[in-house]
Design a protein around this ligand. Structure first.
Ligand code: GLU
Length: 475
């Protein structure tokens, strides 16, 4: 890599919001560029104007911003090779399309929609039958002069193989006969992906193209265009597919949502980056928490895995829970802002002390509210549920509650550690098992059987509120 200045690009088509798998490619692009001190570029490939999805472009920015994949060049920040939106570059592609025709690497095609539809009548994937490939120059001129609508198609070699070394897949060789004379420029003067991607990757000095294996069959067309123009092609890396746990192509059904949906579900950018990193790259036992900077250090484009990666939501949950534990509680409080009720925002100190203990049990940020709400409002407590926690009679449980309230009232040191000590001694004297003793108190103050450690809960609630809740069970 010594003499290559690394420039990578992610080139989404705003025909939808990229799902989490597409974002993995963006992460790898970013890591590769940063590893070698190069640039990471975002280009919007909006040539398929009929399928544009409103707001998709904004969402693409939001995804990268959320994950911290800072762009060096893009449509907003600009850069030396702009514009970075393909529909703002139409004249460039038109010029190159004509060049290809003039050099015999592309040809005018005047076939009508009806004729093409007929070709696809029995097979939607049928290749173009090359009907216009051999029109004489006079025929072409006459049609152009008459104003007949046309597209420009690539004139691929009909025999032989296109061979290249793929950074991920190794040596690849595809028979040209299997490729199609793809349209390069449409009737409306807008290029297709195949022309625009080649022209832009060249003009934007892209050194490495990372993209999903689903683009493999298009690569011979692209390489043919590079060769025809006399341009050096970028290094190609076709990244494996993401599969669902049932080994079929990842779909919505498996959780193939966009990163923004995961963000709204309470996943942290750190965990998502980590998760995506391990979907195609192996490091130690694939469970270490890594920051982007550490990933840049570790990443090696030659070690991207060739086998398809399995998308396992449990793994994401695990990494998210680990990142939640690792983050500072004040930082978590800021990230929880959109997840917690307005009233809690004003009680920052209290919220942070709850986060301190709740974060041990959270898988996503959404888990915070259910595990914290009984600190902010008095829960409905079912006396029956309290009694069910013990095999002892109501009278005996009532007695235990009297001991508990007097301990809280009289303790000089209202800390979780000291309460733990004093309550353990009292529980042993009471004849109740630890589970019976502490579970009944837990239900009494929270209405629930699962909470953070009981004595932390007492301290967060404060003496007065703890007593109020204990005393209200047996009224
Ligand atoms: N516009 C293509 C896409 O939507 C880009 C493919 C490539 O990276 O060449 O994924």
């Amino acid at each position: 890599m010594a003499d290559t200045h690394v420039r990578t690009r992610i080139a989404p088509s705003p025909t939808g919001v990229p799902h989490i798998g597409n974002t993995r490619t963006a992460l790898f692009d970013y890591l590769l560029a940063k590893k070698y001190g190069g640039e990471f570029i975002l280009r919007i490939e909006d040539t398929d104007q009929d399928r544009l999805v409103p707001k998709a472009v904004e969402k693409i920015y939001q995804i990268h911003d959320f994950l911290g994949l800072k762009r060096d060049e893009d449509p907003v920040v600009g850069g030396p090779y702009g514009p970075y939106v393909q529909t703002e570059r139409l004249e460039i592609y038109q010029k190159y399309a004509l060049e290809l025709v003039n050099m015999g690497a592309a040809y005018y095609c005047f076939c009508s929609e009806e004729r093409l539809a007929k070709l696809h009548e029995n097979d939607q994937y049928a290749k173009y039958d090359r009907h216009c490939r051999n029109l004489s120059p006079d025929e072409v001129k006459a049609k152009l002069d008459s104003g007949a609508p046309y597209v420009i198609r690539v004139k691929l070699p009909e025999t032989g193989f296109t061979t290249w070394h793929d950074l991920v897949q190794g040596k690849l060789s595809l028979p040209n006969a299997e490729c199609d004379d793809k349209v390069l420029l449409k009737t409306n003067g807008i290029p297709t992906y195949h022309l625009a991607v080649v022209v832009d990757d060249h003009l934007m000095k892209i050194s490495h193209v990372l993209r999903g294996v689903e683009w493999l069959m298009s690569t011979p067309v692209h390489l043919f265009l590079f060769e025809s123009f006399g341009w050096e092609p970028p290094i190609l890396a076709h990244v494996p597919l993401l599969l669902g746990p049932d080994k079929s192509k990842l779909s919505k059904r498996h959780g193939a949502k966009s990163v923004l949906e995961y963000a709204a579900d309470g996943y942290l950018p750190e965990a998502i980056n980590n998760f995506l990193f391990y979907l195609g790259f192996s490091y130690k036992d694939n469970s270490e928490l890594l920051t982007l900077d550490q990933m840049i250090e570790i990443f090696d484009e030659k070690r991207i895995q060739r086998q398809n990666a399995i998308f396992d939501i449990q793994k994401l949950n695990y990494l998210n829970s680990q990142w939640i534990k690792k983050l500072d509680s004040e930082d978590l409080f800021n990230r929880l802002k959109t997840f917690i009720p307005q009233e809690w925002q004003g009680e920052k100190a209290k919220a942070i002390s709850i986060i301190d203990i709740a974060k041990e049990r959270m898988f996503t940020l959404k888990d915070f509210v259910p595990s914290a709400e009984y600190f902010f409002s008095t829960p409905e407590v079912d006396k029956q549920l309290v009694l069910e926690q013990s095999t002892h009679t109501e009278e005996e449980t009532k007695k235990w509650f009297a001991i508990a309230t007097s301990l809280i009232e009289n303790t000089k040191d209202f800390t979780p550690e000291n309460l733990h000590e004093e309550f353990t001694i009292a529980q042993k004297d009471s004849g109740l098992s630890p589970r019976e003793a502490f579970m009944s108190l837990r239900v009494a103050i929270s209405g629930r059987t699962a909470t953070p450690p009981l004595f932390d809960c007492f301290v967060i609630l404060g003496k007065e509120e703890s007593l109020k809740r204990l005393n209200s069970v047996f009224v």
